[in-house]
Design a protein around this ligand. Structure first.
Ligand code: TYM
Length: 352
């Protein structure tokens, strides 16, 4: 962030400490239930979440952030269906509710409560500088206050659980910097309650849209959905933008600027990378050949996920989300007791 805060170098007492009582760092991340889960979300975030759950060295919480999805115009019935659809998608991808805490943000009311309190230490000017706010608000007739204060809610999502690690794609790094700054500002004003969360990027933190016009995004119509059927998936991948300078097969390609190669690096076994580069730079393969190999890599990983998704029961999943929310609420309630206490809020009446 370009903003120079006088507090920027205040050390947090949590810098060297571990976040959770068991001495394990706590990981938290979230996804908005808008549009459909796409291959950018998966390669940039969800696949790394699963790796973290499987590694089992940190406590993990993942959140379907429905309260973020209402910052732009939406249909309530549609939102409800999306929450369920995203939950099914995430479990099919490997967010096993037995191994992680998976929950829906608005089931834990403390997120919105903490967001209000954190807003009191967040400068207005910082929010106006957020790239995502500028992009999403630009040219719209109606821009909600919630879209403006969105990053404060995101800070609350993270700080509420005292998370120290936040696995995200690179479009969220600016929001994460604000969350860190907020933890410092809060510490300076009220004392050390929150550790400073660090982003953790995947090996593919920015997947471009298939039209080559900016990052792949749920709202831009430039995405390939993860659970798209096989033919539709291939048709979109086949037409995807590659190196703009490669107009015919005989033009040498530049893997380092090609979105297809970025995905190969994340998905295709590494012993194939040199061969892919060689065939691209030497103009021996056309882009479609390269995409066919990528499609095979996708199929290898996605076929089992599709099968798993079909077998999931929505009823069981709802139960799991209820359990996830109860686990999250326990942590949230503890943090909020501390926050209200240091901020001098509340009546201090017994039992509240
Ligand atoms: P969202 O829902 O837009 O995206 C979910 C995750 O997917 C990553 N991502 C990408 N990664 C690589 N290439 C892409 N084209 C791409 N598009 C999306 C995002 O970086 C993200 O990690 N504000 C967040 C949600 C959120 C959150 C949080 C995240 C709310 N509270 C607390 C972490 C912690 C968002 O809109 O993500």
């Amino acid at each position: 962030m370009s903003h120079k805060s006088p507090l920027a170098h205040t050390l947090s007492p949590f810098d060297d400490a571990r976040a959770t009582p068991r001495g394990r760092a706590r990981v938290l991340s979230g996804i908005q239930p808008t549009g459909e889960l796409h291959i950018g979300n998966w390669l940039g975030a969800v696949r790394t979440w699963v790796a973290q759950i499987e590694a089992d060295v940190e406590d993990t919480l993942f959140c379907i952030v429905d309260a973020h999805a209402i910052t732009v115009p939406y249909e309530p019935a549609d939102l409800q269906a999306r929450i369920e659809g995203f939950a099914l998608d995430l479990v099919a991808c490997g967010l096993d509710p037995e191994k992680t805490t998976l929950f829906v943000q608005s089931d834990v009311r403390e997120h919105t409560e903490l967001a209000w309190y954190l807003a009191s230490v967040t400068p207005y000017g910082d929010l106006g500088r957020m790239t995502q706010f500028k992009e999403k608000g630009e040219g719209k007739d109606f821009v909600s206050t919630a879209l403006f204060t969105y990053p404060v809610l995101m800070s609350a999502d993270i700080l509420l659980y005292k998370a120290t690690v936040v696995p995200v794609g690179d479009d969220q790094v600016q929001h994460l910097e604000l969350a860190r700054e907020t933890a410092r500002r809060f510490a300076h004003r009220f004392g050390p309650v929150f550790p400073e969360p660090q982003p953790r990027l995947s090996s593919a933190p920015r997947i471009m849209g298939i039209d080559g016009d900016g990052k792949m995004s749920k709202s831009k119509g430039n995405a390939i959905s993860l659970f798209e059927d096989k033919d539709a998936f291939w048709n979109k991948l086949r037409g995807a933008f590659t190196d703009p300078q490669r107009l015919k097969k005989s033009d040498p390609g530049r893997p380092e600027v090609c979105n297809i190669y970025t995905m190969h690096k994340a998905l295709t076994p590494s012993d194939k990378h040199a061969e892919i580069r060689d065939n691209c730079t030497g103009a021996k393969w056309g882009c479609v050949d390269c995409k066919k190999l990528l499609f095979e890599s996708f199929e290898r990983e996605l076929v089992p996920l599709r099968t798993k998704r079909e077998a999931l029961s929505a009823g069981k999943l709802r139960e799991a989300l209820g359990d996830g929310a109860s686990k999250a609420r326990k942590i949230a309630a503890e943090t909020m007791r501390e926050v209200r206490d240091v901020m001098g809020l509340g009546s201090r009446a017994a039992g509240l």
